[in-house]
Design a protein around this ligand. Structure first.
Ligand SMILES: *Cc1c(COP(=O)(O)O)cnc(C)c1O
Length: 353
């Protein structure tokens, strides 16, 4: 057949749905959204749905504006940060020079670049899975990195992000901060000095709202307007009314989210330390997941063993360097104790066989 497009789609982690499973494969939050979100849902007047949703998402932008201390025109809202990324790729990556991103990072960057036929170059992380900023001084048509990175969990300090921005002032540098709440230091403070900076955030991870589909970009208003134009040319109502209401309620309950984020970080650090007793090691994570390995195990077997016990984690068979690693999202303390026990048991059973 003529005229048909062949593409390689993004493959997300599975979404199985058993009542007794422990689901640690897509970095979702194990805790529920803020009670304020539940309240806002209950109060929602269903009759409002007969109208189209807001085009400018001003109520959510105002809440974000108060939270980040920036005027509302610094924000672009979308149906999940994946969609926001798509708008930004279309708006900012139009050079014939390749955009740069790490060889091991969020899988969607390559998918969007392919889909939109944007030339790209994957820049290898070093042997410790670290981003080497000197590798980003080469000619490019833009840069996108996740900080902290996924699936490594590693965080680049702000000074190094600043070098990257300084060295690439004639292109847009996108910093995807999907996991920043678990790490601290956001690049937002650099916005004043570097108009080429665009930051991407999501409600899916730290805000426990993966199913709601809301994400946003933060940037210089002139550039944000260009991305808004892309959104208006594609799906002006991409954020539905209910999603805007509930996300706004989430932004307004910082105290609740600070609490669950702290719990997740404590569980993460507990887990990383305790798996060492059975010989595992992990990269230093500033996210809600850990990338683990073991010198004496075939990790794929462990992956299947966990799955057989209804514990779902992420294995990346297509990424060569991650062949012997598993990415495990951080669940509740109780869930992680169960996983730790099972890891321990697997090591013992493998030794005895
Ligand atoms: C999860 C994730 C996203 C996607 O978030 P959504 O808002 O759910 O689309 C984007 N970037 C990174 C690095 C992620 O890990």
């Amino acid at each position: 057949m003529k005229g048909i497009r062949k593409i390689t789609p993004y493959v997300p982690g599975e979404q199985p749905n058993y009542s007794d499973m422990i689901k640690l494969n897509t970095n979702e939050n194990p805790y529920p959204p803020s009670p304020k979100v539940a309240e806002s849902l209950k109060k929602f007047d269903v009759e409002r749905l007969k109208r189209y949703s807001s085009i400018d998402n001003l109520s959510l932008k105002k809440a974000l504006s108060a939270k980040h201390n920036l005027s509302p025109d610094h924000f672009l809202i979308g149906n999940g940060s994946d969609e926001v990324l798509a708008f930004c790729f279309l708006a900012f990556f139009n050079s014939s020079d390749p955009i740069l991103f790490p060889d091991i990072t969020y899988g969607f960057y390559k998918v969007w670049a392919d889909l939109f036929q944007i030339p790209f170059k994957e820049v290898p992380l070093n042997n410790n899975f670290e981003l080497v900023e000197e590798d980003y001084t080469q000619l490019n048509g833009g840069i996108i990195i996740a900080n902290p990175n996924a699936p490594t969990g590693l965080f680049k300090p702000l000074e190094e992000i600043e070098h990257l921005l300084k060295d690439n002032q004639d292109v847009i540098v996108i910093i995807d901060e999907a996991y920043i709440d678990f790490a601290g230091q956001s690049a937002i403070s650099l916005l004043d000095r570097y108009p080429n900076l665009i930051i991407i955030r999501t409600f899916s991870k730290a805000n426990s709202l993966a199913g709601l589909r809301v994400g946003y970009a933060i940037g210089n208003p002139a550039y944000i307007q260009i991305a808004e134009n892309i959104k208006s040319s594609f799906n002006p109502y991409s954020v539905d009314m209910l999603a805007e209401d509930l996300a706004t309620a989430a932004v307004e309950d910082e105290a609740y989210y600070a609490g669950i984020t702290k719990d997740i970080c404590e569980t993460r650090d507990w887990f990383s330390k305790n798996i060492e007793k059975s010989g595992f090691s992990s990269l230093v994570s500033k996210t809600n997941f850990v990338l683990i390995t073991h010198p004496d195990l075939i990790i794929k077997e462990l992956y299947l063993y966990l799955e057989a016990h209804n514990i779902f984690v992420r294995y990346f068979p297509k990424i060569k360097r991650l062949n012997n690693y598993l990415r495990i999202s951080i669940g509740t303390q109780k869930e992680m104790e169960a996983v730790n026990q099972l890891l321990n048991r697997f090591v013992k059973e493998t030794k005895n066989s």
